[in-house]
Design a binder for this molecule. Structure first.
Ligand code: NAP
Length: 282
């Protein structure tokens, strides 16, 4: 049995709380990185059409020798394909790139409220079709703000299973997390170590010294104790192992509060703002 806890989703499915992210992994390195992560013990891979490495994620899983059912796979809809017909075609292509007939979780990658007449609702209704025909076991969103989630609640029948948002000690994103908690939407924390940017904060290094763990392990443990789902990215095998070894220690409530106090409001945000982000790949 895995040491990684499962988180129950609102549709009856569950997801391993710790996974492996493949954003910015070169497609030529992805299959090997995924196979190594699976060897370490990860059973959850987070990719996206816009990462350009879905095909290699599938190859890496097949090379591991594990059964399809042993690995939780998430992918995400390309910003270019929010129109229902495009979304249907893009989802077919995601499955064929991965080389599987279903994904465990499919997400709208960004809400893009300034594009498509602000109509992410019809995109979400198209996602409901993928859930309905079983090719996406669960569906969710990413980078959705509270007002975007409220619109889905008012205008559609399905509550997203997850909302994948930027969360780390410099940007705790607590209002969106709290909305999720109240409405049964699990939070997935992207860039959980702020791409390495939080690891030299004295609060983090001090706690790491005290508990005999590395700064990355302390930050990932903070996420896990907050109940969020995380999938740190690394192409470095020793770091893959390090990031996996976070279930044999516990942070005190004081440690947890000190780390949360590193929050810097909007100054701590490293990625684009979901209200204005409008990048569409050419
Ligand atoms: N939905 C979205 O819009 C969105 C946006 C961003 C990310 N994500 C997802 O979230 C995942 C994780 O986020 P991320 O890739 O942006 O950043 P991250 O996981 O916070 O950080 C990755 C960076 O930290 C380094 N690193 C990893 N483990 C380390 C350790 N133990 N010690 C020191 N450095 C370490 C990695 O270097 P090496 O690889 O060189 O080891 C890499 O440069 C992504 O892969 C993706 O799946 C989603």
């Amino acid at each position: 049995m895995s040491v990684v806890p499962n988180i129950n989703l609102n549709d009856g499915n569950f997801i391993p709380q710790l996974g492996f992210g493949v954003f910015q992994i070169d497609p030529r390195e992805t299959a090997e990185a995924v196979t190594e992560a699976l060897r370490v013990g990860y059973r959850h891979i987070d990719t996206a059409e816009m990462y350009g490495n879905e095909r290699e994620v599938g190859e890496g899983i097949r090379a591991s020798g594990l059964d399809r059912g042993d690995v939780f796979i998430t992918s995400k809809l390309n910003n270019r394909y929010h129109e229902p017909e495009d979304a249907r075609r893009a989802f077919d292509e995601t499955l064929s790139a991965l080389g599987y007939d279903y994904v465990d979780l499919f997400l709208i990658h960004w809400p893009l409220p300034t594009l498509y007449d602000g109509d992410f609702v019809s995109t979400w209704k198209t996602m409901e079709e993928f859930k309905g025909d079983g090719r996406a076991r669960s569906i969710g969103v990413s980078n959705f703000q509270i007002e975007h989630l409220e619109r889905l609640a008012a205008e559609t029948d399905t509550v997203p299973a997850v909302n994948q948002i930027e969360v780390h000690p410099y940007f705790t994103n607590d209002a969106v997390r709290a909305y999720g908690q109240e409405h049964g939407i699990a939070t997935e924390a992207w860039s959980p170590i702020a791409q390495g940017g939080v690891l030299d904060a004295p609060t983090i290094t001090g706690i790491a010294d005290k508990v005999g763990k590395t700064p990355a392990q302390v930050v990932l443990r903070w996420h896990v104790q907050r109940g969020d789902i995380v999938f740190p990215k690394s192409v470095t095998p020793s770091r893959m192992q390090e990031n996996f070894d976070i279930f044999d220690f516990e942070l005190t409530s004081t440690d947890m509060e000190e780390i949360s106090d590193l929050h810097q409001d909007e100054d701590g945000r490293t990625g684009p703002h979901p209200d204005t982000f409008d990048k569409v790949p050419s």
